[in-house]
Ligand binder design. Structure first.
Ligand code: PLP
Length: 348
């Protein structure tokens, strides 16, 4: 049986983490592992990053947070930020998962569940993205309430945070001004959050004043550069994953490879993208459901490996190169890879 597979080089992941840590120090690095670690496999990614010294992991939801906790062990800090039910709050607290709280009612829910469990929370200000987060006009009352709960020993506020668009410097600057005002108000309310965090990949790399105590980095940990942003070489990052498919049959002008839309290849790539072959870059002619056609090369044979995206060794582009062809971002190409595509790990 031939099939597609995703080769994940955990050594490269760790090398990218080194590059990021050197860049952002003394801020700490939270490795964001939502979407099954951007489809790289959360257990393997967390275990490798933890062995490499990473102590903060960011998981969108509690189930992903539990998996991160399981892979990292007790000495890591795991942060989960989506608003969840009381049952899930309890599960999070029982597993020492720190919660993002961006809503006054939710703060009280967490407080209610927290009794005897000592919730550790990070308060979220909405700095303009409008994806949960307390609006600036409601922030003062919110932090006053949080400070009361902290004084009463109900919970501990360790963080204040927000998320920014990273689409333009001027919008990000406006967001940071809102963040600064929120930090001042939190301070006036008596809170002393030790972990202030605002930036994701792009801003953490490019803009020192956005780093505060910690940065939450997803894409760049995996070597996925921003679409339309600095090149991988400028960043010094190399993608950790390579999506490969074997040649299943050879025709006159084209070969058939064992990967298609059901494996996660956007069909819009057909006629636009090139893939990597033993003879170098070749056009991706047609994307079918489970198989696709690639322009042939001399001596092509069944079993040859074709790289759909990767580090570029055989002529293929990166996930972000493909994304740019179809107007999306590299993360989107990465997370589309079907969970049924086997992950093959190297470089631990
Ligand atoms: C996805 C996400 C990140 C990481 O973003 P990247 O651009 O992949 O680094 C950070 N914080 C939050 C809240 C996120 O949702």
């Amino acid at each position: 049986m031939t099939a597609a597979h995703l080769r994940v080089d955990l050594g490269r992941l760790c090398a990218d983490i080194d590059t990021l840590r050197a860049r952002i120090a003394p801020a700490q690095l939270m490795c964001v592992v939502k979407n099954d670690a951007y489809a790289h496999g959360i257990e393997q990614v967390v275990a490798a990053a933890h062995a490499h010294g990473v102590r903060w992991f960011g998981a969108f939801d509690v189930p992903m947070g539990m998996r991160a906790r399981g892979a990292a062990g007790p000495d890591a800090r795991v942060f989960s930020w989506v608003t969840v039910s009381r049952d899930e709050i309890a599960t999070a607290l029982d597993n020492a998962i720190e919660l993002g709280v961006g809503d006054a009612r939710y703060l009280d829910e967490v407080a209610a569940v927290s009794a005897g469990r000592g919730a550790v929370v990070h308060l979220k200000i909405d700095t303009g993205l409008h994806r949960n987060g307390v609006r600036p006009e409601a922030w003062s009352a919110f932090v006053t309430r949080a400070a009361e709960l902290e004084n009463d020993g109900v919970l501990e506020v360790v963080g204040v945070w927000s998320h920014i668009a990273e689409a333009s410097d001027s919008e990000d600057d406006d967001a940071r001004a809102v963040f600064e005002a929120a930090l001042s108000e939190a301070h006036e309310a008596g809170l002393r959050p030790a972990v202030r965090h605002l930036a994701a990949s792009a801003a953490s790399f490019a803009r020192p004043e956005f780093r505060y105590d910690m940065v939450r980095v997803g894409a760049f940990c995996y070597g996925i550069r921003s679409a339309g942003g600095p090149s991988a070489a400028e960043l010094g990052l190399v993608p950790a994953a390579r999506l490969e498919a074997e040649v299943v049959s050879v025709g006159d002008r084209s070969v058939t490879i064992a990967a298609g839309a059901l494996d996660g290849l956007p069909s819009s790539l057909q006629g636009r993208a090139v893939v990597g072959t033993p003879a170098g870059a070749r056009a991706l002619l047609v994307v079918g459901g489970t198989e696709s056609l690639v322009a042939s090369w001399p001596d092509a044979k069944a079993g040859d490996a074709v790289a759909i995206y990767g580090p570029g060794g055989t002529g293929e582009g990166t996930a972000t190169d493909l994304a740019e062809l179809v107007g999306t971002i590299g993360e989107e190409i990465a997370v589309r890879v079907s969970p049924l595509v086997p992950r093959v790990y190297a470089g631990e």
